[in-house]
Ligand binder design. Structure first.
Ligand code: ADP
Length: 384
């Protein structure tokens, strides 16, 4: 590549939405763009201060990337394009990156250094996962709706006939008591059918700018009113988090369901005392992040990237038993429950509400260490 102006080359690297880290043959950092810092996360300081340092020291918190660059320098064979998962660090969640490794050669073919160029694939993975889940839920929902419609009429007939029968029987007789039992059971079945139909009915959000911190507090109050919680509620809300674009009532239902689940998990199987509910509110730019472009010492905002969008990230974490890996795939299915008196509707409904808002729900849970649900929602345009 030929670039006449060295400043332009620097701006070019600064403007890339993919990360780029370059080292010379002795392992000294020669290039590190802002997107690389953003994607790798957890690195204190600014990229230009790291230039001239040994890359192993700067990237000590990211040994996976150090290993890749070392192999590239030593000429050890590695696939030049692949994916790796970087574990979560501080506020940066677990991230899958797709990378390309390059050997930097001079015009005579001598290796002068190495570089890694990478992209954050987590957002694409999440979208794929959500689409697969949505398809499965849609198929299940269709089947459930068909079945519920088919059962509704004969069930209504049975309720009418049992009611007629009850009137013909003497109150207090054994037969009368049996018919009362029958009616009660029929009502349970009718309730399940109503819930099914309610679940499969499309959700039509009425979007407005929703104050998420207030929504989280209200959800916690409602959940605590339903389940007595003797533990601590911790709150960590970013003061500059934008409002979410959504239907406040529907989002409140979804978040309250998740908080109720957290309280129930801690109530049924506390793993620490006092139990702890942690509510968090953050925001992120995803994907197509573009750092500011520096021109002649001035910092300008990059031209608006059509793909750039802000996301509000709500987290609900508990100190319950966590979710065993063998059921993790199924907890969002309608009517999946492990509770004696559970309906299995909460998470499926929350999932449906959040995805109808263009958001997603992720689960992070290690058995025995509590569960963490993360809800991502689009930010309301124009909010700070
Ligand atoms: P329900 O609460 O009626 O069982 P949900 O759809 O809300 O229905 O949840 C489905 C299942 O997911 C629960 O039965 C439970 O096994 C699991 N689950 C949900 N949230 C948690 C949590 N915070 N900790 C442990 N397990 C959970």
């Amino acid at each position: 590549m030929a670039i006449r102006d060295p400043a332009l080359a620097e701006w070019l690297l600064d403007s890339l939405s993919s990360g780029l880290v370059a080292i010379d043959a002795s392992g000294v950092l020669t290039g590190f763009n802002p997107a690389a810092k953003h994607i790798l996360g957890g690195l204190a300081g600014e990229p230009h201060d790291w230039l001239g340092s040994d890359f192993r020291a700067v990237l000590a918190g990211r040994p996976e990337v150090v290993a890749l660059l070392e192999d590239a320098l030593d000429g050890r064979p590695r696939p030049s394009r692949a994916e790796i998962v970087l574990p979560g660090r501080g506020a940066t969640p677990e991230t899958t990156i797709g990378f390309t490794l390059l050997s930097i050669c001079d015009p005579h073919g001598a290796v002068r250094g190495a570089a890694i160029q990478f992209r954050d694939l987590s957002a694409y993975e999440r979208v794929g996962e959500q689409m697969r889940l949505r398809d499965r839920l849609a198929a299940l929902g269709e089947m459930a709706a068909g079945l519920a419609h088919e059962l509704r009429n004969p069930l209504a007939g049975m309720e009418v006939m049992a009611g007629l029968l009850k009137r013909r029987l003497d109150e207090g007789s054994e037969a009368h008591a049996l018919v009362l039992d029958l009616l009660a059971q029929l009502r349970v079945v009718a309730g399940t059918l109503d819930q099914t139909l309610d679940f499969v009915r499309p959700v039509a959000p009425e979007p407005e700018a929703v104050d998420v911190a207030a929504l989280l507090d209200l959800a916690a109050d409602r959940a605590c009113a339903r389940i007595d919680f003797p533990g601590k509620v911790e709150r960590e809300y970013a003061a500059d988090a934008p409002a979410a674009a959504g239907d406040a009532e529907q989002l409140l239902t979804a978040v309250t369901d998740l908080v109720v689940n957290a309280l129930e998990a801690m109530d049924e199987a506390p793993t620490r005392w006092p139990p702890r509910l942690s509510l968090g509110l953050q925001w992120e730019r995803r994907p197509g992040h573009q750092p500011p472009v520096r021109v002649a010492g001035r910092s300008l905002r990059a031209a608006a990237d059509p793909q750039e969008r802000r996301e509000v990230v709500i987290s609900i974490a508990d100190s319950g038993p966590g979710i065993p890996s063998e059921i993790r795939d199924r907890i969002f299915y309608p009517f999946f429950t492990t509770k004696d008196a559970g309906s299995g509707v909460g998470l499926a409904k929350a999932q449906k509400i959040v995805s109808s808002h263009g958001g997603s729900i992720e689960l992070e849970s290690r058995e025995g260490e509590g569960a963490l649900f993360r809800i991502r929602l689009p930010a309301a345009e124009g909010s700070t």
